[in-house]
Design a binder for this molecule. Structure first.
Ligand SMILES: Cc1cc2nc3c(=O)[nH]c(=O)nc-3n(C[C@H](O)[C@H](O)[C@H](O)COP(=O)(O)O)c2cc1C
Length: 176
């Protein structure tokens, strides 16, 4: 059984101590400005301590306007690097690999969270418990900005010491 044997990634040369991976799970445990919350830190580092070979964080937003919910971990600004670095160090204390999941909420970034009308690839409306939400079509400038936001977020992940990033493109988020 290979579950508990190491796994070496050919592209990076990094080795996971086993093949057990923590699925990305959003718990809304970070601070209002997207900096790492202590609960988020404790939850993820405890999973490393318990032996997961790879830890994937919750979804973290690459653009401020791409925030999907309160308590979301942010990676859209340099102010987030300090907390992200602390998180990576905590995870690596137990020799797990650390992956940060990155996303932009797109149609699922509600105005109640961002203060802005959500946008996506096309204009459409969506039903929610709060009523109908009107989503507008993004323009070329916004699309180019988001592409550079994904690049900048990935560079921040690298600076913080993460072993990789995972792109989140489900649930009507922008990449989907
Ligand atoms: C509380 C909770 C939060 C989740 N948050 C995310 C997330 O941020 N990103 C993601 O890709 N999946 C998220 N998921 C989905 C899980 O990563 C996983 O794919 C899903 O639970 C199915 O796996 P399972 O069959 O082992 O439960 C979340 C699931 C749960 C239960």
């Amino acid at each position: 059984m290979k579950t508990f044997s190491t796994y070496k990634f050919q592209s990076s040369g990094k080795t996971a101590i086993n093949r057990i991976v923590l699925a990305p799970m959003t718990n809304g445990q970070s601070n209002e400005d997207g900096t790492l919350g202590d609960d988020e830190y404790n939850w993820l580092v405890r999973r490393a301590k318990e032996g997961f070979g790879i830890i994937i964080t919750c979804a973290s937003n690459v653009s401020e306007e791409g925030k999907g919910w309160k308590g979301e971990l942010g990676i859209y600004a340099d102010k987030h690097i300090e907390g992200l670095t602390r998180l990576v160090k905590g995870i690596k204390l137990y020799n797990s690999l650390a992956i940060v999941q990155v996303f932009h909420g797109g149609a699922r970034s509600p105005e109640s969270v961002t203060g802005k009308q959500p946008w996506s690839a096309s204009a459409h409306s969506m039903n929610s418990p709060q009523g109908t939400i009107e989503i507008r079509e993004g323009n070329e400038t916004e699309i180019l900005k988001v592409i550079s936001d994904f690049v900048a977020a990935t560079k921040r992940a690298h600076t913080a010491g993460f072993d990789g990033v995972e792109l989140h493109g489900a649930h009507g988020y922008l990449l989907q």
